[in-house]
Design a protein around this ligand. Sequence first.
Ligand code: SF4
Length: 263
Amino acid sequence: MTGEQIRSYLEFYRDLGFDSVYKRVPPSKRTELRITDAAPAAAPVSIARVAAPVTPAVGPVMPAVSLPGLAPENDTLGKIRRDLGDCRRCRLCEGRHTIVFGSGNERSPLVFVGEGPGADEDEQGLPFVGRAGQLLTQMIENTAKKEGIPILRSDVYICNVVKCRPPENRTPLPDEMEICGEFLFRQLMAIKPKAICALGATAMKALLNTKEGITRSRGKWHKWRDIPVMITYHPSYLLRQYNQQAKREAWEDLKTLLHFVYD
Ligand code: SF4
């Protein structure tokens, strides 16, 4: 990797809000390298989704470094939102009205992840407030009530893979998911829930990087880093009348999820 490539990687992550990379050494001996100090002549640094050790090859001697799971230490939702700012990192900024960051209990043991904001969400700046959102609220609250689990929608945290509404509600493109997904990953790392529920294929792909179809993956436990992930259908898919079977399955998935988190 050239010095120029290293510089652009580091600038990309600095724009995402990361201002440091850390040596993979015992915490008592940790050394901090400031991203703002990165020079083009710096030794090769491999930046991957999952922290990976990096070996310098040429140039000035630098210690092996890795990104700490791509989440700055002591990260908070407030800091992530500030880092996001008036984000224009991908083309979805062009048609949006509002950035829809997420809402709910910031210490929730359960986080729901959807695809992206629709028209109502874009208007109000809140996730899942349109018809699909109302269905999600009913699903959470009715299932919880029926199963004797005392929670409301406000007790969980809800966000999306992309924070800006895609034009015509199209599916987010891979580069949009990748760029905005880094903020989603930081949100998840900051909350550290007991479980995540991926709503629909886009959330599933963003978290699990799988090509498997949702009908095969739903209702089973998967993992994002060390956190269990339940996959189920997106509520907007369930709103289609002919999806009665899918509705039944989604309710079953939710039941399994709520018992796992709250029992
Ligand atoms: S979708 Fe995400 S990365 Fe793209 S402009 Fe909006 S907030 Fe930024």
